[in-house]
Design a protein around this ligand. Structure first.
Ligand code: ZN
Length: 276
């Protein structure tokens, strides 16, 4: 047992393989942009300058740290904050990422915010959205943007976007499989370390999310199921990674958190769904 542990500690990081995808990266961008337009129309955006700037800064730093073999030069990254209470986040093919305000308010450090975002970014660069959609072969490319949202935005948030989707969203609320989740955790941890964030904080944030489960379960877990031993697996990967520098800002995240605590609380996705 001891030999196994030391062997894994001294070995390199886990290799995440690229999967064969029947869509082109340009199609990822095309469907992702259409789905993002729907999401921005249907969800309440926070539109708070300093908060958006903070999230944008973390996002850009992570994108710059994506390993070369996972980069797609045509991807169009954007980072929006949704004014909803739940801890949640989702990212669409080709780059658009949406982070719920509840995630910022539940995180203790900016490494924890970066953890959720790095996981989402890993789904984007691994092109899990179109891989997932291509499993449902009855969907034509034209209906794909809707299918994408149905595939990767779970729970109430997904349903809100679906209600008046311009792109023909069906009722196919799938979720990422455990294998995609495992890959996003591992590659997300690697991206974090390269960007200067401590990947162990991704594990901490996911534990916070799991603990907030309660009766209905957190929204985030409805689209990002635990692949099994999530906390231990991320920490095992983290132990093999060298964190490049210190991206954690401390003060600027504290200032974002105190801003958010002062403005009116965000509605829950359920409250928002009931109002419509
Ligand atoms: Zn995920």
């Amino acid at each position: 047992m001891a030999a196994l542990v030391s062997a894994s500690l001294s070995s390199a990081q886990t290799t995440v393989a690229l999967r064969k995808n029947s869509f082109t990266p340009a199609q990822d961008v095309q469907v992702g942009q259409r789905a993002a337009t729907d999401a921005r129309r249907q969800l309440p955006m926070l539109n708070d300058g300093p908060t958006d700037a903070f999230v944008e800064r973390v996002g850009r730093r992570l994108v710059a740290a994506v390993p070369a073999r996972f980069r797609h030069s045509g991807f169009r990254y954007s980072f929006d904050v949704v004014n909803l209470r739940e801890i949640n986040a989702f990212a669409l093919p080709g780059g658009p990422m949406f982070l719920h305000r509840g995630t910022l308010q539940a995180a203790r450090t900016d490494d924890e915010v970066a953890g959720v975002m790095a996981h989402e970014l890993a789904h984007v660069v691994l092109r899990h959205g179109t891989l997932q959609a291509s499993k449902a072969q009855k969907f034509q490319f034209g209906a794909l943007a809707g299918q994408i949202i149905g595939s990767i935005v779970g729970g109430n948030t997904g349903q809100i976007i679906a209600q008046s989707s311009q792109v023909g969203l069906g009722t196919y609320f799938l979720k990422y499989g455990r294998e995609y989740e495992r890959e996003a955790d591992l590659l997300g941890a690697q991206i974090m370390a390269r960007a200067g964030y401590d990947p162990r904080h991704m594990a901490n944030m996911f534990r916070t999310i799991a603990q907030q489960g309660g009766g209905r379960g957190p929204e985030w877990l409805s689209s990002h199921p635990d692949p099994g031993n999530r906390y231990a697996s991320i920490n095992r990967e983290a132990s093999m990674l060298r964190v490049a520098g210190a991206a954690n800002t401390g003060a600027s995240f504290t200032s974002v958190r105190s801003r958010l605590a002062r403005i009116a609380p965000a509605p829950s996705a359920q409250q928002l769904a009931r109002r419509r």
